[in-house]
Write a protein that binds this ligand. Structure first.
Ligand code: NDP
Length: 324
């Protein structure tokens, strides 16, 4: 079991964590990035990216993250693979974190870039049929449903994008939404409604995922009409839950200020958390914009404020030494 010590400890390796690392490394903070269960973050489970500035042609999410990691390493970042299971931050800097491996990580500043994870409905059958017809990522698993009848549950951008993506694999895609209108952007809605392979089922709540995990997997969904209360069954072999995301902040419960949904609270307009020297960037503190480019932007802010925090601390030490 080893102890890894650095000026700048970063947890999370999506666009926020890696941008913090690029700026931190260039400022001489020799960052360590601990990448968790999903190295590269959510962009590694997406395909086409058309809105990251600087690329005229469509690029691939996993490729973009490989490039960001290569850039971070090139300027001096150490990437380590571990899952942080405990943090000790209450006493202030230096901050300590312990990994699943038993290794300890110590940083003069801590940058939290743990991102967010897909939410689940929490209804019967969902967990048991996970990977056997039920998924939260069409771009990861859509391929397995080639030629099959599939459903997407949700009404936001993610749900609409997943439904459109699934038409690459299936000719029969149904979007199931609990209300009578979508919250997805208009341009995506227009593409959805115009698509010949997609049907929309309005005002339907999914009460259960049906099927036998040991024999054939998902066979359908139990639905209730949210206006009339009428129940029905919808036959399908694949169902993709796309109802939003929850921040990965369990590690920090009771240790850092967070809102009622678990997003880390920061001083408005900054990445500063409730503990000086601990910074949060990306989806873990942003439930509004949640874009790769905004995550990268807040990662940059975290690194700049980390640098200032360390410089001020040095200044105070020097002043005390001179006075003492
Ligand atoms: P959203 O929070 O925008 O939408 C979640 C959807 O799931 C809503 O339609 C909501 O219904 C529905 N929902 C939530 N909980 C339940 C439940 N328990 N049962 C049934 N339905 C439920 O999440 P998204 O992941 O779609 O998007 C998150 C953010 O990321 C947004 O800001 C979005 O714009 C952005 N994004 C941008 C993309 C892009 O620019 N290309 C791509 C993907 C996401 P209701 O509407 O009734 O509340």
């Amino acid at each position: 079991m080893a102890t890894h010590t650095t000026k700048m400890l970063i947890i999370g390796s999506g666009p926020a964590g890696l941008t913090a690392a690029i700026y931190g490394a260039r400022a001489g903070m020799q960052p360590i990035v601990v990448q968790g269960l999903q190295p590269g973050g959510q962009l590694t489970i997406t395909t086409d990216v058309e809105n990251y500035p600087g690329f005229r042609d469509v690029i691939q999410g996993p490729w973009l993250m490989e490039e960001m990691q290569a850039q971070a390493e090139h300027v001096g970042t150490r990437m380590l693979w571990d899952t942080i299971v405990e943090v000790d931050i209450a006493g202030g800097s230096p901050f300590r974190a312990r990994g699943d491996s038993g290794d300890e990580y110590v940083g003069d500043v801590l940058v939290i870039a743990t991102g967010a994870q897909a939410k689940w409905l929490g209804v019967p059958g969902e967990e048991a049929l996970g990977g056997k017809g039920v998924s939260a990522c069409a771009t990861c698993d859509g391929f397995f449903y080639r030629g099959k009848k599939v459903a997407v549950i949700g009404g936001g951008n993610t749900a609409v994008e997943e439904a459109l993506y699934l038409t690459n694999h299936s000719d029969d895609v149904t979007l199931i939404h609990r209300r009578g209108e979508l919250r997805a952007e208009k341009i995506l809605q227009e593409r959805l409604f115009a698509h010949p392979k997609i049907t929309v089922l309005w005002d339907k709540r999914v009460d259960a995922f049906l099927g036998d995990p040991l024999a054939g997997g998902l066979t359908g969904l139990a639905l209730t009409d949210t206006r009339t209360g009428e129940t029905s069954e919808f036959a399908c072999e694949g169902a993709f839950v796309a109802i939003g995301h929850a921040p990965s902040t369990d590690l920090f419960k009771g240790k850092l200020a967070m809102d009622e949904n678990g997003y880390l609270l920061v001083e408005p307009g900054t990445p500063k958390t409730s503990i000086p020297g601990v910074f949060a960037c990306g989806d873990v503190m942003d439930h509004t914009y949640r874009q790769a480019v905004t995550a990268a932007g807040t990662g940059c802010m975290a690194a700049l404020d980390a640098e200032r925090f360390l410089a001020e601390r040095e200044f105070v030490k020097v002043k005390e030494a001179v006075a003492g």
